[in-house]
Design a protein around this ligand. Structure first.
Ligand code: UDP
Length: 319
């Protein structure tokens, strides 16, 4: 298929674009490079630098059959400080992208959504039926997008699948995590192993979990990308499917730190800091729907594999 991949110069987008190319699709990447990197766009993809707000000029006449939409601002802390940016970029940008698609006759979209739409749920395993109650503007912006997609698809002539990622980790070949401002656990721990930071601060050890540190569902970026490949075949006009992408099991911050020690051989000193605002104790996905609706199963569920791949990537980049 001829596909437009927005955000294809970013961490997850570059792996998604690479996998779609490997599957024989024709890929055009649209990315404004605000967070992505030009050299992360896979060879074989056409690249257009620009915002999703201006997607009409890229879509017009290009013959796209579907859009895979990953471009978004995704920093929780920044969203709390600058909520308007998230409204403007994520919600309005996606609406303009969808408007352009519908005006120009492209009626299939796969959109990256997030576990952040569930906020701080009081269930241990999150299904797609779990109440949505985002606790920050990032999560709210993604929920607004999902709701808009439901309205568009129910009105007919539009097909959408929202993929709700849990904690994405790992790397695939030359594609990995290189955020300008790193906030995620595994890349930060690897920066300690590379000697770029003195220690890892664990944000709270008094949570109601077995070792007191937060439990998250870490999912390999290659499994995430493979779910997009599967979703491409599952799009159905008039229907908006929402699918969680996680392994269905969780690892604590202490367990991730131990995996980093085992993989890197670095002692990885840690210190206990205060809790980070808005961090729920446990976030673990049910992936039942992904299995049944997409025929997807995670192939790399071991957090050690994710850390090994991220470590190889970090060393190669000298990051
Ligand atoms: N975390 C931590 N120290 C750090 C970064 C993260 O203890 O320097 C914890 C964070 O509180 C959360 C888990 O690691 O419980 C995963 O955080 P991350 O930011 O990677 O992903 P999130 O779950 O917030 O999407």
């Amino acid at each position: 298929m001829r596909l437009l991949v927005t955000g294809g110069a970013g961490y997850i987008g570059s792996v998604v674009a690479a996998r779609l190319l490997e599957e024989g699709h024709h890929v055009t990447v649209l990315d404004d490079l605000s967070e992505g990197h030009r050299d992360a766009v896979p060879a074989g993809a056409r690249f257009v630098q620009g915002r999703i707000h201006d997607a009409a000029r890229v879509i017009d006449g290009a013959g796209f059959e579907a859009v895979v939409h990953l471009a978004a601002f995704s920093l929780v802390g920044e969203s709390v400080e600058h909520p308007a940016r998230y409204e403007e970029n994520n919600v309005l940008g996606t609406a303009r992208l969808c408007n352009a698609m519908q005006t120009l006759g492209v009626n299939k979209i796969i959109v990256s959504s997030t576990a952040a739409v569930y906020g701080e749920p009081d269930v241990a395993i999150i299904t797609e039926e779990t109440k949505t109650a985002p606790v920050n503007p990032y999560g709210s912006s993604k929920l607004a997008i999902d709701n808009d997609l439901s309205r568009r698809t129910h009105a007919g002539e539009f097909a959408a699948i929202s993929l709700r990622y849990f904690n994405v980790a790992g790397a695939y070949g030359p594609y990995g995590e290189r955020h300008r401002q790193e906030t995620h656990l595994i890349p930060i721990a690897l920066e300690v192993a590379l000697g770029k930071r003195a220690s890892l601060t664990i944000f709270g050890d008094d949570f109601p979990t077995p070792d007191g540190t937060c439990v998250r569902d870490y999912i390999h970026v290659l499994d995430i990308a493979n779910a997009h490949v599967r979703a491409m075949a599952a799009l159905e006009v008039g229907y908006h499917d929402i699918v969680n992408l996680g392994n269905g099991s969780g690892f604590s911050v202490q367990e991730v730190a131990e995996a980093v020690r085992n993989v890197t051989g670095h002692p990885l000193p840690t210190e206990i800091g205060p809790r980070r605002a808005g961090d729920p104790a446990v976030l673990v996905a049910s992936n039942e729907r992904a299995r049944t609706h997409l025929g997807w199963i995670p192939e790399y569920p071991d957090v050690t594999t994710m850390v090994e791949d991220a470590w190889r990537f970090a060393q190669e980049r000298g990051a």
